[in-house]
Design a protein around this ligand. Sequence first.
Ligand code: ZN
Length: 306
Amino acid sequence: MADAALFGGVEAGGTKFICAVGRAPDTVVAQAQFPTEEPEGTLDNVVHFFQEQEKQHGTLAGFGIATFGPAEVNLASPHWGRISQTPKPGWSGADIVGRFRTAFGVPVGFDTDVNGAALAEAHWGASVDTAQSVYITVGTGIGGGIVVDGKALHGLLHPEIGHIRPRVVASDEGFAGVCPFHGDCLEGLASGPAIKARWGASLGGLPQDHPAWAMEANYLGQLCAQLILMVSPQRIVLGGGVMNHHELFPLIREQAQRWLGGYVDTLKDPGALDSVIVPPALGTRSGIYGALYLAQNALKALNQRA
Ligand code: ZN
């Protein structure tokens, strides 16, 4: 029965690969995770997990890979399905989709982890009632995906929202930032490692009146204001480890309004951003549901072409 089919989803992260067998948005029958080591061994572990699962649950109907970037997500490229140039040892050019196609011979969907999460939130979560939405993760790095009319924005490569340049907060001018490419880009100034490098502790280890909170809210408020001006999203979902501190949300909304400077009429009133800048409705599951979405969508696309 096609509508009862199970899929395999992989949230391929920089430190671990999370694998799930299920059908989003309500069914996950098995889940496992493996450390991200060199590509061959990591993918061997992942493929073996799914092969074992197929013995229990039958053939999986498709796979979805939501991966760390940069990755080649352009279907027309001969390198589609591969990791692009990355400082991560061994992973430049790693053919993730090829490994799945060879092992399983079923449709494989492939996108960035943040595009996957953005799609999951747009189809089943916080952005379900919107035509245009953004998902941002703030954790080890900062990344974002943009969904327009149900589809993730790709274009030239895929958005790399974490590497835009915010205006540096005056009291932060002595801090060089931690991005290996840009130093003081947004990721370099506001990711988890940036907070630790600057203050010697993560946000959770600092008291609520510590200036780290206001500074973090300022940078993320700038991000939200710029997204509103540039992309006009009806919702901006902020997830990731740093955003588990929900106390940040009111501070970020306030800063975003300050940076907008009253320019957007409908967003001027107190509380106007309460329904725009929100936490993920799928919680920590947006990533893996994103991978399952990509799997389900890959099968659907194949069926539509047939
Ligand atoms: Zn950067």
